[in-house]
Design a protein around this ligand. Structure first.
Ligand code: HPA
Length: 274
């Protein structure tokens, strides 16, 4: 069965489970699942039950799609995402984004945990992503183009929706949430970077580094879906501050930032117009 048929089959399966039509897709990053508690849940579907859906392997990600209302908005939340470093192809990593498009989402909201390259950033700060650099070695659009879903050579002049960025920055001021805005660089992982690599990533123009988000963004933009994304800075990766870090510390720093992240995303979606 070809890729597009798999996407359609997964979508039909979900539509048979729920008649809910989400307007927003939300992908929650490592240690950042708490937004789910504010969703008035209509239906939950485990990834493993959906045909052709990859199954999450990292323990800190419990994989399910959650359909419901966040405030007055209709959302589908991906609790747990797929990373390239887990061994999935980029087509697998981005499969759920394709399915969410066919389910009718109009916008995509993404969160992630990332390392801070900009020396003005502190642990557990938030960074609204305003651009990215793709250093991942496989591109999700490689191969025969899915003409039904988008163009061969998608424009990337506004990868992150400027209106949503502006709304977020205003909400940050109003609600006293410290927000940076900056450039995210996506790397393969799974190892963290060497000092020399962190230095290089800073020199080429990045403010934060992580192992997700870029493929999801590329696929969403190919399908003309505006994207809003926020990084939680979980470790400091600039000279003088680089320390040994563990996944537990990354998750602890993410959880500390989570109330602000959740508040920000909820307000941005509440104010957004589609
Ligand atoms: N590098 C890459 N990915 C990350 C990091 C990092 O330092 N921290 C959290 N995700």
């Amino acid at each position: 069965m070809d890729y597009f048929d798999q996407i359609k089959e997964a979508t039909s399966f979900i539509q048979n489970c729920t008649g809910f039509n989400p307007d927003y897709g939300i992908i929650l990053g490592t240690g950042l699942g708490a937004l789910v508690k504010d969703v008035k849940v209509e239906t939950e579907i485990n990834y493993e039950d959906i045909p052709h859906f990859p199954v999450s392997t990292v323990e800190s990600h419990s994989g399910k799609l959650i359909f419901g209302r966040l405030g007055h908005k209709k959302v589908v939340v991906m609790k747990g995402r797929f990373h390239y470093y887990e061994g999935y192809t980029m087509k697998e990593v981005t499969f759920p984004v394709r399915v969410m498009k066919l389910l009718g989402i109009k916008k995509l909201v993404i969160s992630n945990a990332s390392g801070a390259l900009n020396p003005n950033y502190n642990k557990s700060d938030l960074m609204v992503i305003n651009d990215h650099i793709n250093l991942q070695t496989e591109n999700p659009l490689t191969g025969k183009n899915l003409d039904e879903m988008g163009v061969r050579f998608p424009d990337m002049s506004e990868p992150y929706d400027q209106k949503m960025i502006d709304t977020a920055l205003r909400i940050g001021e109003e609600e006293n949430i410290k927000l940076h805005q900056g450039v995210y660089v996506g790397v393969n992982g799974p190892n963290l970077e060497t000092r020399a690599e962190y230095h290089m990533l800073r020199v080429i123009g990045a403010d934060a580094v992580g192992m997700s988000t870029v493929p999801e963004n590329i696929v969403a933009r190919q399908m003309d879906i505006p994207v809003f994304a926020v990084s939680v800075l979980t470790d400091l990766c600039y000279p003088g501050h680089i320390q040994k870090i563990s996944v537990e510390e990354v998750i602890a720093a993410a959880m500390k930032a989570e109330p602000h992240l959740t508040q920000l995303i909820e307000k941005v979606i509440a104010e957004d117009k589609i």
